[in-house]
Write a protein that binds this ligand. Sequence first.
Ligand code: XMP
Length: 319
Amino acid sequence: DWTMASYREDAIQKIRDQVGDRKVICALSGGVDSSVAAILIHEAIGEQLTCVFVDHGLMRLNEAEEVVTMFREAYNLPLIHADESDLFLGALDGVSDPEVKRKTIGRLFIEVFEKHAKAIGGADFLAQGTLYPDVIESVSFSGGPSVTIKSHHNVGGLPEKMGMKLVEPLRELFKDEVRALGRELGLPAKFIGRHPFPGPGLAIRCPGEITREKLEILRRADAVYIDQIRKHGLYDEIWQAFAAILPMRTVGVMGDGRTYDYAVGLRAVTSVDGMTADYYPFTHDFLGETATRIINEVKGVNRVFYDCTSKPPGTIELE
Ligand code: XMP
């Protein structure tokens, strides 16, 4: 891609000009955005970059291990794995309000990140995989007031506090452009094609109170759902698909016994940039087969719903 090849050269030169021989730290989430940012910056300044993967205990099944292994082994990126799940889940205990969840996670994320930045002797710059749509923080409805729908997860406030400047090489890009840049940087297609995953992780796919039990059920249901989508060759047609665990239990019957278990909601949307989205029209066969698999394979689930809401009026995530 000609445009991305030149964007890459320009971006690398800009990073070198901005950073010089100073140090940069980057919060690596395992998502495409922060990964592309980190690899680009690593290409520009090598060992002057240190990445911190803040593991909040809200990642998907096996995700934390996979991310850490990939970056350390395949990309040789200097990476700190901060396993802070007890801290995050402890602070979220009993919290059900979506904005309180988001703000709690955002605050702890900054604390943990700051702790690790200090431990390596600080840095002059903070790198972020901020995209153009993230720069637009509020959504304005025609005729109505400008409203903040969700507090986005970022490390805003930290740079000033720690006297750091920002390095944001993806600030002008939309998601599809970041993917093109990732291909340009040689990232594997399977990784680049990964659906977006939000900073607050599974917390916002678990409306109501978060418990370790619910997170475990959610992880397993999500893994079965994504496996189904891949097996049917639909993964790349969908912008984002995930399971959510609903804040209710319902009565069911299995064998000759009564069950009283959680309900799982499945979401899948098509979109260009995440700003608007259409729900994905799965066949009834696919939905039926997936519901059966989830209920058979995931203990603690006895009902599956499919979310047919587009955005607007729904948002992509449940919180
Ligand atoms: P919503 O739910 O607002 O999501 O329709 C639009 C897109 O943004 C992702 N998302 C986030 N990404 N930090 C992120 O990095 C966040 O706090 C966050 N909240 C939502 C969401 O997954 C979807 O792709």
